[in-house]
Design a protein around this ligand. Structure first.
Ligand SMILES: Nc1ncnc2c1ncn2[C@@H]1O[C@H](COP(=O)(O)OP(=O)(O)OP(=O)(O)O)[C@@H](O)[C@H]1O
Length: 255
């Protein structure tokens, strides 16, 4: 069954059609890229898929059910987690607490339930702590668990953001420019990590990225946005040679 199906999505801001007739289908387990020149509407598309914006028109089905009109936290609970182009961590909390929060969020109890569960509270806290530490190990951040998130170098903050998104136990992970600000070596490690987490967590991944070597290297299929509309989709080889894509990038090299 298709995991994510967006049909003819549009988003209008004032007079500007930021996303227009955007359709996309992702099957479970796929690793798909969304590319396009600056201002093409990529982040707006992510914001529609994650409930930050409601579409002006169109439909989004996740796991067979409509998610249009749901709040971002409800969409996370349905199984879509994301990272942001401009990293959004709890800057003044520790690295460990940033990941623990995602667990608390996933295991959200009502007040009565919390009181009834009080006896088990400490045990659960410890379990959450252990699970969070496991995630930090995967992302080679265990040694930094007590550091304040904002003091981490940029590449590590990006890794922490991915760790936190994964702690929400999503089926679909949306990564908005995960390699932004990374050097070539960090980008290379990130590519390996993306492939690895997909296998390890049985994930489906959709990523926005400007770094063509990353997109072409890890994605099995790519959608190309230009002025809010999908102008091409296909395998990396098909996209590289597509004249409309080359024209949209106006001489920017697609290699
Ligand atoms: N909240 C908003 N209000 C008004 N216009 C917006 C809003 N969000 C995005 N836009 C506009 O919609 C268009 C698409 O922007 P978007 O950020 O989605 O593009 P993008 O492809 O992610 O760009 P970039 O690669 O530069 O991040 C742009 O013209 C942008 O100015």
């Amino acid at each position: 069954m298709t995991l994510l199906k967006a049909t003819k999505l549009s988003k209008v801001f004032g007079g500007l059609r930021a996303v227009s007739n955007f359709s996309l289908e992702i099957q479970p387990g796929e690793l798909v890229g969304l590319i396009g020149p600056n201002g093409a509407g990529k982040t707006t598309a992510f914001n529609l898929l994650t409930g930050v914006y409601e579409p002006t028109s169109g439909e989004i089905e996740f796991d067979g059910k409509s998610v249009v009109g749901l709040k971002p936290y409800q969409i996370t609970q349905r199984g879509i987690a994301r990272t942001f182009q401009n990293i959004r961590l709890f800057a003044n909390l520790s690295v460990l607490d940033n990941v623990k929060i995602a667990y608390h969020f996933h295991v959200k109890y009502g007040l009565v339930e919390s009181v009834l569960r009080m006896g088990r509270y400490h045990k659960e806290e410890e379990e959450i702590r252990q699970k969070a530490i496991q995630f930090l190990k995967i992302f080679q951040l265990e040694d930094k668990k007590d550091e304040i998130a904002k003091n981490l170098p940029y590449g590590e903050q990006r890794r922490l953001e991915i760790a936190r998104a994964l702690a929400a136990q999503p089926k679909l992970l949306l990564l908005d420019e995960p390699a932004a600000g990374m050097n070539p070596q960090e980008t290379h490690q990130l590519m390996d990590m993306i492939r690895w987490i997909r296998e390890k967590f049985d994930l489906t991944i959709l990523l926005i990225e400007h770094d063509m070597s990353l997109v072409m290297g890890v994605c099995e299929r790519i959608y190309v946005l230009d002025y809010g509309s999908i102008i091409a989709h296909g395998t990396p080889a098909e996209i590289k040679n597509n004249p409309r894509v080359i024209e949209a990038y106006l001489g920017e090299e697609v290699h």
